[in-house]
Design a protein around this ligand. Structure first.
Ligand code: ATP
Ligand code: MG
Length: 200
């Protein structure tokens, strides 16, 4: 793949929509120079969300491991010790969260799109996401609070974790023809070798 064409799937989750952050979130990605190539506003169904998270074979286990190690770091005995079983419990609460209302699904394209988007988005747990990131700046949820209430961490956004993951996820949310191929004028200044034609 040409580097400049790396793509990332981003979802503004239901809490992002309900917090009136759609414009603010899109603005942050847009200002980087990445190109918006697909966008839709939908209430997702359970099947789509399951497909999305289970498209990555190792996801259940890795999410379960992360949850277990978060408990251990705090010196708390994890309620479920098997990573896959724990991942399944996360998926159950996550499903409820993502299908609770409309979400904005988008595809962003450009050099290192996956990494750039994740940097701006911030780490999974808003409480510890860096200042300046979307999750760090606009919400305050934590694993602790989510656990007490038996719900998913509300962190405003999903962003693809790798280019391979992104390509799988894009197919789940968009038909091929819904992803628009076009040139953005600013791509010249971002990527072209020659900067001819600027001076008069
Ligand atoms: P995302 O995939 O949403 O960009 P991420 O890759 O950092 O974030 P994952 O580990 O893939 O997060 O988990 C997916 C989502 O599940 C998280 O964004 C969060 O909403 C929820 N989640 C993950 N782990 C937990 C947990 N231990 N307890 C509650 N909710 C969780
Ligand atoms: Mg993830």
């Amino acid at each position: 793949m040409i580097q400049q064409r790396e793509r990332s799937l981003v979802l503004i989750k239901p809490d992002g929509v309900q917090r009136s952050l759609v414009g603010e979130i899109i603005k942050r990605y847009e200002k980087t120079g990445l190109k918006l190539v697909a966008l839709k506003f939908v209430i997702p169904d359970e099947e789509t969300v399951k497909k999305h998270y289970l498209s990555d074979k190792g996801w259940l286990e890795s999410v379960g491991k992360k949850a277990i190690s978060a408990y251990e770091k705090k010196g708390i005995e994890p309620p479920i010790k098997d990573p896959i079983e724990c991942g399944q419990a996360v998926l159950n609460v996550l499903l409820k969260y993502i299908i609770s209302g409309p979400v904005v699904a988008m595809v962003w394209e450009g050099s290192e799109a996956v990494g750039v988007i994740r940097k701006i988005t911030g780490g999974t747990e808003p409480l510890t996401s860096d200042v300046g990131t979307i999750r760090g700046d606009f919400t305050i949820d934590s694993y602790k609070l989510a656990d007490v209430d038996g719900r998913a961490v509300r962190n405003l956004i999903h962003a693809s974790g790798s280019s391979v993951e992104a390509e799988k996820e894009i197919k789940i949310w968009f038909e091929d023809e819904e992803v628009i191929k076009y040139r953005l004028v600013q791509e010249s200044i971002l990527y072209d070798v020659n900067l001819d034609g600027i001076k008069e």
